[in-house]
Write a protein that binds this ligand. Structure first.
Ligand code: KIV
Ligand code: ZN
Length: 387
């Protein structure tokens, strides 16, 4: 089984979510949890962005012993020096250099010709090489870059000494077919590509970040970059928990595996949500409050008979205690009876039927019927029942 490396960027791209600002202590708290989760690499921030971010990256670098700690840098010497300073004390430091390659970015943002992009990137990799043995180079906006230029820049990065080349879909523009194809072509056409790792970094503007990352895996990517809960710029990044659980659940198909400690997923998601203030939507895959909740009678009946009827992942796998059968207007008699037993009521058929009718009545008025509602309903019913 091929190993897929997980590069977590919750503390950098994730922190770029509008409204999110993590202080040094919060960064370290999340980093320590990411270490428990078993991510291979974690990007702690962008040291040149502010003295506070430099200090935050340094605090993470000193705290983490079992993962590579990474600092982001534009392809310029001052930024590289800032990362060098920030990663002092790291057990396994890595610099992440980037430069945009797409025609839109070249023309409007960088005002550079192709050859200037190649030269600036090469100079940055060579400068970083003086201090770092591990260098990742990213072709920003690779998703909208000419395929032959991606091949040319990647070949340059391999030759200049990068250890990982990242091909980001910076604006979430790709479909799985075209994103996967980039990896296929790069693997086929870049000389020496087998000496480096290829990385996928996707954004979710069209809701395809997870699908695109998985397409990259199918076409030879060695590393997936993403964030916990999928937080990040605009619509966010690839959600790590989704990619990891897709690989885990469909190993038959992907023939690839990560080394994450799966039972730490839920705890990590809660911590990131708490410290970033970004609420996880109830229907979010894997970590949403409803991911293991069942409301309809048909589904609840299936779950009570055999959990795999409606669950492809058991909640314990990711550290959630158990599935929930939520009592609402779609719930059936089977689940209602089980709920009564759970609550300690041992009722005969007639009493259950009468209580069930009242429950349905209440469920029509109230979205979710809580245990206390059911207790109240039964106590009232029992009192009302003539001997
Ligand atoms: O989305 C992007 O292109 C990035 C780069 C800095 C890798 O976040
Ligand atoms: Zn990004």
């Amino acid at each position: 089984m091929r190993k897929i490396y997980i590069f977590d960027t919750t503390l950098r791209d994730g922190e770029q979510s509008p409204g999110v600002n993590l202080n040094m202590q919060e960064k370290v708290e999340i980093a320590l949890q990411l270490e428990k989760l078993g991510v291979d690499r974690m990007e702690a921030g962008f040291p040149a962005a502010s003295p506070g971010d430099l200090a935050g990256v340094n605090a993470v670098a000193r705290a983490i012993k079992n993962a590579s700690v990474i600092g982001l840098s534009r392809s310029r010497e001052n930024d590289i020096e800032a990362v060098r300073e920030a990663l002092k004390g790291a057990v396994d430091p890595c610099i992440h250099l980037f430069l945009a390659t797409s025609p839109i970015h070249r023309q409007h943002k960088l005002r550079m010709e192709k050859h200037q992009v190649l030269e600036a990137a090469e100079a940055a990799i060579k400068y970083a090489k003086k201090y770092f043995s591990k260098i990742e180079f990213s072709l920003e906006d690779a998703g909208r870059t000419e395929l032959d230029f991606i091949v040319e820049v990647t070949a340059m990065a391999v030759k200049a000494g990068a250890s990982v080349v990242n091909i980001p879909d910076t604006v979430g523009f790709m479909t799985p077919y075209d994103y996967g194809n980039i990896f296929k072509v790069v693997k086929e056409q870049v000389p020496g590509v087998e000496k480096i790792q290829l990385s996928a970094h996707c954004h979710d503007d069209l809701g395809m970040a997870t699908a695109n990352a998985l397409a990259a895996v199918l076409n030879g990517a060695d590393q997936i970059e993403g964030t916990i809960n999928g937080i990040g710029e605009r619509a966010g990044n690839t959600s790590i928990e989704e990619v990891v659980m897709a690989l885990e659940t469909r190993q038959d198909f992907y023939q690839a595996k990560t080394s994450l400690v799966l039972k730490e997923i839920y705890r990590t998601s809660r911590l990131v949500s708490k410290l970033t203030g970004m609420v996880v939507p109830g229907n979010k895959a894997i970590v949403g409050a409803n991911a293991f909740a069942h409301e309809s009678g048909i589904h609840q009946d299936g779950m009570l008979k055999e959990k795999t009827t409606y669950e492809i992942i058991s909640p314990e796998t990711i550290g959630v205690k158990e599935s929930k059968l939520v009592m609402g207007k779609h719930s059936g008699r089977h689940a209602f009876r089980e709920k009564l037993i759970d609550l300690g009521y041992d009722l005969g058929d007639e009493q259950v039927n009468a209580a069930f009718a009242k429950f349905k009545d209440l469920a029509d008025r109230k979205k979710q019927v809580e245990d206390e509602d059911i207790r109240a309903l039964i106590e009232e019913k029992l009192i009302e029942t003539p001997e």
